[in-house]
Ligand binder design. Structure first.
Ligand code: PDD
Length: 295
């Protein structure tokens, strides 16, 4: 069998601390068979998980939507994450304070014979791993990135951070195929989000995002960007945003665990605003870096 070599990264699976090369789950895991599970991606700065309580709250919401009982308390999750983060820092021969990391957490419904009906009494599968964070370079941030737009053909439960990601994979590939960083999606002519990021539109100095409903994943940065806007005195509003407003934006931004806030300067090959990262981006990015230091 031709299985590509996986990196020798620490991971956790169902009670055991092991590594990515050794960890195995059953072929009948409902995550594998149905995509029946949820996940979180938690950035870790100087060894400390960033906005961990918010990630735990979202994990609970996602699990609740799928009617899976969280198999661990928040303290147990924190213990698990701390141990993984230490293991990865140790592997790199660095102290905790010297490492930024990206932790991935996943819970699936568990292992059972195939049946769409949710089986009662099975034990959820818990998997977690940590890897390096790959920050965007200063050169990329200075230029901004290109995105493409597309129809949002995903399901109507985008608020669940589900591992059923075929829709996200298909939409992300549309941008990857043309060398762009994200696919900005519209449902019925209104902005929803990008394939793995939230999208922010700056119009007349106001930062606007799509409403927090079932059509978008409420990124942990939803709350953070609102906070940063408040601190900086930038008006902030969540409302339905038309396609025309997006294409006429003064600035367009992406946010996610890995992108932090990232300026979009080309959409479908056309310049956004001046075609350069704008002043609101500059303020939010600086505020974001302060929030990381103070976390
Ligand atoms: N993606 N919307 C979607 C569809 C996402 O997949 C993500 C995150 C976000 C931003 O959420 P947050 O600010 O909590 O990272 C919005 C993660 C990073 C991923 O799937 O790898």
């Amino acid at each position: 069998m031709n299985i590509p070599d996986l990196p020798d990264l620490p991971c956790y699976l169902n009670g055991d601390f092991t590594n990515l090369r050794e960890a195995k789950v059953s072929v009948m895991d409902r995550g594998f068979i149905f995509g029946d599970g949820v996940y979180e991606v938690v950035p870790v700065y100087a060894g400390k998980p960033f906005r961990f309580a918010e990630h735990m709250a979202r994990l609970d919401r996602s699990l609740g939507e799928l009617r899976i009982v969280n198999p661990m308390s928040h303290d147990e999750w924190r213990g698990l994450v701390d141990r993984l983060v230490s293991a990865y820092a140790g592997k790199l021969g660095k102290t905790l304070a010297e490492t930024d990391q990206l932790v991935y957490l996943q819970v699936t419904r568990g292992v059972a014979m195939r049946d769409h009906v949710m089986p009662a009494g099975i034990t959820p599968t818990v998997f977690a791993t940590s890897n390096k964070i790959s920050p965007y370079s200063a050169a990329v941030r200075a230029e901004g990135v290109a995105c493409v737009s597309a129809d949002d053909f995903r399901w109507k439960k985008a608020h669940i951070k589900s591992v059923s990601l075929a829709g996200a994979v298909l939409s992300r590939q549309m941008s990857a195929d043309v060398g762009a960083v994200e696919t900005v999606m519209f449902r019925d002519g209104f902005l929803s989000e990008a394939s793995s990021s939230n999208v922010w539109v700056v119009k007349n100095g106001t930062v606007m995002g799509a409403p927090k409903d079932n059509l978008v994943l409420e990124g942990i940065r939803y709350g953070l960007i609102e906070e940063l806007c408040r601190t900086e005195g930038i008006p902030f509003e969540l409302r339905r945003i038309s396609r025309d407003e997006v294409f006429a934006a003064g600035e367009l931004l992406l946010s996610s665990a890995t992108k932090e806030v990232l300026p979009v300067t080309r959409l479908d090959g056309k310049p956004v605003g001046t075609g350069k990262p704008g002043p609101i981006y500059g303020k939010l990015y600086a505020g974001y870096q302060r929030a990381k230091l103070n976390s």
